[in-house]
Design a protein around this ligand. Structure first.
Ligand SMILES: [Zn+2]
Length: 98
């Protein structure tokens, strides 16, 4: 179902940084404590903890095409595509591409 903000939150299980969960102050929800970034990688996507500067989860889509809905970010689609191409180009220039 879409709202005026786009697609509803359909998450059935949240992912959190294990270190953040251990350090969470009493009375603070994991949602309020989390300081994560989500982003595309060359192989899929990754969740990164900004507080601990460590990986929360890295997902390899194994070359499969996936459907997604970024309704609220429609105008940014080209920006994301361009950013992925920039990352790929920079990895290629550094000889990191596998
Ligand atoms: Zn953390």
């Amino acid at each position: 179902m879409k709202t005026d903000k786009g697609v509803d939150n359909k998450i059935v299980q949240f992912l959190h940084c294990a270190k953040c969960l251990k350090e969470i102050p009493k009375g603070v929800s994991p949602m309020d404590w989390a300081r994560n970034q989500f982003g595309w990688t060359l192989k899929g996507f990754q969740i990164w903890c900004n507080r601990h500067e460590m990986n929360v989860g890295a997902f390899d889509l194994q070359g499969n095409k996936v459907g997604y809905d970024m309704t609220t970010m429609a105008e940014d689609r080209f920006t994301i595509k361009n950013r992925q191409e920039e990352l790929k180009d920079s990895k290629l220039q550094k000889g990191e591409q596998k």
